[in-house]
Design a protein. Structure first.
Lengths: 98, 279
């Protein structure tokens, strides 16, 4: 239960009636970016969690309903995306620039 | 106050210069135990925080004898300089650092920024298998002056500095686990009464390196952590609070700092203890 779950898009075993899942893909020029550091910030901008994107550029968080910001950092650039999440599945795409 | 930084922390330049040093052993410890296999610092050995550092049945450390056998098998000697690093901004490397100190290893250091800094700097990772000749390791009796247990955490309410290093939403009770993990948890939400919330992340830069001593001193002073009082740090299972324990005791030199590795998973499951909710 304590190990980092693998980052992927499959929802087997995830209870969407209770969890607020925020997941998506990191891309640059339309191609997936693996091993990017994706950070979840709360409504006040405070760090809440961080994961590394999978080989397919996928990431996932288990949050709570409310406002969140995703910030991505990698050797290939940065990106940011804000969203309001609801219980269930919330999808977000992160595009790197710079 | 002189910084202890040079004795306990190495940067990536130092690490690259000491990759071939026979007296230095690099050890990778990750939350994601598969990370090492995808590429590690050349010559580094892997330590699995879960299967190798936790008793397989009860919730506790492995015994002194098992720790001695583990390090001997890994080829680590008592007089080696052990440099720990890992993913997740060194959470589990800091946990291993604290663990090595509990068992009395004399020269253990953290690689500042861990895997993240190494990767962001574009430094090479190796997939070559690493084997070191077996050593004969002798551990000390556990040093409980740096490890807090549940009764001490309870007794610390309104008495000692209690530092809850989880994210604000975990502190308030909105989340029950860090948000990269499912939130289905058995313990109650909230924090130990009188604890201050200083998220571990405030001690680190975006690249995972520690902030400067001046920034760190100001951070804890502003939060009301009185360096004249003893301190207990906790999080959910004791790994993020190891990061803060490292900052307070090893970088800033606070004298009596304990890590409560039972942490919220234990405290939030105790029957009848007081819990505070909200910010």
């Amino acid at each position: 239960m304590c190990g980092a779950p693998s980052q992927g898009q499959g929802l087997e075993g995830v209870d969407l009636s209770t969890e607020t899942v925020i997941q998506g893909e990191v891309t640059r020029d339309g191609s997936p970016v693996p091993a990017a550091y994706v950070r979840l910030l709360d409504a006040s901008g405070e760090f809440t969690a961080e994961v590394q994107s999978s080989a397919q550029g996928h990431f996932r968080f288990f949050a709570a309903p409310g406002s969140w910001t995703l910030r991505v950092l990698s050797a290939g650039g940065r990106g940011e995306h804000s969203l309001v999440a609801n219980r269930g599945l919330n999808e977000a795409q992160l595009q790197l620039d710079g | 106050m002189t910084s202890k930084r040079a004795d306990v922390l190495v940067d990536v330049d130092w690490a690259q210069e000491h990759l071939e040093d026979p007296n230095v052993v690099f050890v990778e410890v990750d939350e994601d135990v598969s990370a090492y296999d995808g590429g590690h610092i050349a010559g580094a050995v892997k330590l699995d925080w879960k299967s190798e550092l936790q008793d397989p049945v009860i919730r506790d450390f492995v015994s002194k004898e098992d720790f001695e056998a583990l390090l001997s098998t890994k080829g680590i000697s008592n007089d080696d300089t052990v440099v720990l690093y890992g993913g997740n901004n060194n959470w589990f490397a800091a946990y291993a650092y604290w663990y090595f100190k509990v068992y009395g290893h004399s020269d253990v250091r953290l690689l500042d920024g861990g895997r993240k800094k190494w990767e962001l700097d574009g430094l090479p990772l190796s997939t070559d298998a690493v084997s070191r000749p077996a050593a004969t390791y002798t551990a000390q009796e556990p040093d409980t002056s740096i490890r807090a247990f549940r009764d001490e955490a309870l007794a610390a309410i309104d008495t000692l500095n209690l530092v809850d290093v989880r994210s604000p939403d975990e502190f308030s009770g909105k989340l029950l686990a860090p948000a990269h993990l499912p939130q289905e948890q058995s313990q109650r939400g909230g924090h130990i009464p009188s604890a201050v919330n200083v998220p571990w992340s405030k001690a680190a830069n975006d690249d995972g390196t520690f902030k400067s001593d001046d920034e760190l001193r100001a951070l804890y002073a502003d939060a009301g952590v009185d360096d004249g009082r003893d301190t207990i740090a906790y999080c959910r299972i004791g790994e993020r609070s190891s990061h803060t324990w490292f900052v307070l005791r090893e970088l800033l030199g606070h004298e009596n700092v304990k890590n409560y590795d039972g942490s919220w998973t234990e405290y939030g499951s105790l029957v009848g203890v007081p819990i505070a909710k909200g910010a």
